[in-house]
Design a protein around this ligand. Structure first.
Ligand code: NI
Length: 154
């Protein structure tokens, strides 16, 4: 990339409320309880996730921006918020075969956004799940759509 233009990062936060249950059929009931603790509760529970999208790239000399804010909002609204906000994550196709941990939610969001940005490069998707827990994905080996192409061993 040309160094004749300034490089910068732009971060934007979105909020997303969803429920999930951490459980995998590959473990026994006891192993699920041991692995996930109260998050394995059969009735599930919810989070108000704070999703931070970090985009890096060249500062457009004309607009002074790394990425068009309205374009990014439209992409996140259509691909992420419309799909996941106020839903049960376990019911989404992305989480049929993958446990809806926040690690996996981060990586799914990364996959859904990475090829659609109006400009710049998706650097990371960071999610604050609670005031104590945060997760960050900086790359995934699969392309969108995430649900169908997520297996690395094929
Ligand atoms: Ni949880």
């Amino acid at each position: 990339m040309s160094q004749s233009h300034a490089q910068a990062y732009f971060g934007r936060r979105y909020t997303l409320s969803a429920s999930h249950r951490l459980h995998t059929e590959t473990l026994t009931a006891a192993q699920n309880r041991a692995a996930y603790g109260k998050c394995n509760n059969p009735y599930g529970h919810g989070h108000n996730y704070v999703v931070e999208i970090l985009v890096g790239g060249r500062v457009n000399p004309e607009t002074g921006m790394v990425v068009d804010l309205a374009g990014l909002d439209a992409l996140v609204g259509a691909q992420i918020l419309a799909r996941f906000d106020r839903t049960n994550l376990n019911a989404d196709p992305a989480f049929v075969e993958r446990v809806p941990t926040t690690e996996n939610l981060c990586c799914t969001i990364f996959a859904l956004l990475k090829d659609g940005l109006p400009a710049g490069k998706l650097e990371s998707v960071r999610i604050e799940e609670t005031e104590n827990n945060s997760f960050e994905c900086c790359g995934v080996p699969w392309s969108r759509p995430a649900p169908e192409n997520h297996r690395e061993d094929k």
